[in-house]
Design a binder for this molecule. Structure first.
Ligand SMILES: Cc1ncc(COP(=O)(O)O)c(C=O)c1O
Length: 412
């Protein structure tokens, strides 16, 4: 197999056709790029939000400009600030931690388990009287153990934000991810299960939270009949200009309808490649799926016996037609100790915040390699393999052959 045969990942983009094209053209032709007014009546962001309420089975959905924007909006609406500790897993994306620091709160990194999502046992150990939020990340297509995590959160009276950027459309025990905690957030960036290039979404069932999400993502006011109006005193705040445009809403309202098919295709490819590999190498270890019916399939993670084998296998795969695979330790800003601004505690401003704030003085944590030893071990010997969203069975078999050879050769 050569790399030209292996498609790039970017799940939603492979499914673009004239439906997305017509929706965007409609916005241009009608002169309605802004969601609240225009030369004609705008319709797409509102219709995307309505479709999202139905898809996730939630009371409220709010389109925003990006996943990072969704995280910052949610963290503001949840009231995080100085004196608050937010627990998040060691395997995430830099934006997840950015949103915490941006609120002048302190990130606390928690171990992952063999599912490569937050380890509930370590989560409970990391709770202090200052813990105000658990930020779970349904990472790389796999749901977290939401029963155990919600049980811990409820026992300690701690709020939960779900980062579903990498598992949009996934389920845990039949319930859509993003609907277990106080707020769920999604990214619509290019690498995600549905995509608008850039874009994001927040969902909640709580009336006040929805109002707070609206003010936080916008001007501090909410919109009624084409104008900003004063919200309740609990929601009045400082907005952040993160509204979704109608052009994005147009693509999103088409993609959300396609997402079930996109996921079904990816999950099918994932499961078949896994079956091929299992029959080729009986002792190959795969990540735990937490809920095999609820994973979405965009990334397979395999665990080699040690770091040396993982490096050799990764090199072989890269050189033999799977260019976008990575050993997790080298997987950039997804790994806590690779995030330079976190390790260095780079302040938000020259005055040194949030690390030097009086209210944060009891929250002293290290973020360098070694802070989460179990995760470090997993990162060093595991490989992530993206699963594109429109593979043929031939391509699946070819990929399984390359992975099999890579693993067997690494053992020589
Ligand atoms: C886990 C996770 N959270 C948040 C984000 C941020 O999303 P965006 O790139 O849309 O800002 C991403 C996306 O890259 C992500 O992978």
């Amino acid at each position: 197999m050569n790399s030209s045969q292996w498609p790039r990942e970017f799940p939603g983009a492979h499914w673009y056709n004239e439906e997305e094209e017509n929706a965007v053209l409609n916005v241009i032709r009608r002169g309605t790029p802004f969601r609240h007014y225009g030369l004609n009546t705008p319709e797409y962001v509102a219709s995307f939000e309505k479709a999202a309420c139905e898809f996730y089975d939630v009371k409220y959905a709010l389109g925003v400009n990006s996943g990072t924007g969704a995280l910052i909006t949610a963290i503001t609406a949840l009231g995080m600030g100085p004196g608050c500790e937010v627990i998040l897993p060691s395997f995430m994306w830099v934006a997840t931690v950015t949103a915490i620091v941006n609120a002048n709160a302190i990130p606390v990194i928690c171990e992952i388990d063999d599912s490569f999502t937050m380890d509930p046992v370590d989560l409970e150990k990391k709770i202090t009287p200052r813990t105000k939020l658990i930020l779970v990340v349904h990472m790389a297509g796999v749901p977290c153990q939401m029963d155990a995590i919600m049980n811990i959160a409820n026992r300690h009276g701690i709020k939960v934000l779900e980062d579903v950027a990498q598992c949009n459309g996934g389920l845990f025990q039949g319930k859509k991810l993003g609907t277990f905690g106080d707020v769920g957030m999604f990214s619509l960036q290019l690498n995600k299960n549905m995509t608008t290039g850039e874009g994001g979404l927040v969902v909640t069932d709580n009336d006040l939270m929805y109002e707070r999400l609206q003010t936080a993502h916008d001007t501090g006011y909410i919109w009624k009949d084409g104008s900003p109006v004063l919200p309740s005193p609990e929601s009045l705040g400082w907005g952040s200009g993160r509204r979704m445009s109608e052009l994005i809403g147009a693509v999103a309202s088409v993609q959300i309808k396609k997402m079930p098919s996109i996921i079904e295709h990816m999950r099918g490819s994932y499961n078949r490649i896994k079956d091929f590999l299992r029959s080729n190498i009986s002792d190959l270890e795969f990540r735990t799926l937490n809920d095999p019916a609820g994973h979405t399939g965009p990334f397979m993670i395999i665990r080699l016996k040690n770091e040396d084998q993982a490096k050799k296998a990764a090199r072989y795969m890269k050189e033999n037609g799977l260019p976008s695979i990575a050993r997790l330790a080298d997987y950039g800003l997804h790994i806590y100790y690779n995030i330079a601004q976190l390790v260095n505690k780079t302040p938000l401003s020259p005055s040194g915040n949030p690390w030097n704030l009086e209210k944060n003085k009891n929250s002293f944590y290290n973020y360098g390699k070694g802070a989460c030893p179990y995760s470090d071990e997993l990162f060093s010997k595991s490989i992530v393999i993206p699963i594109p969203s429109k593979l043929t069975v031939e391509q699946e078999k070819d990929a399984a052959d390359v992975i099999t050879k890579a693993v067997l050769k690494s053992r020589d």
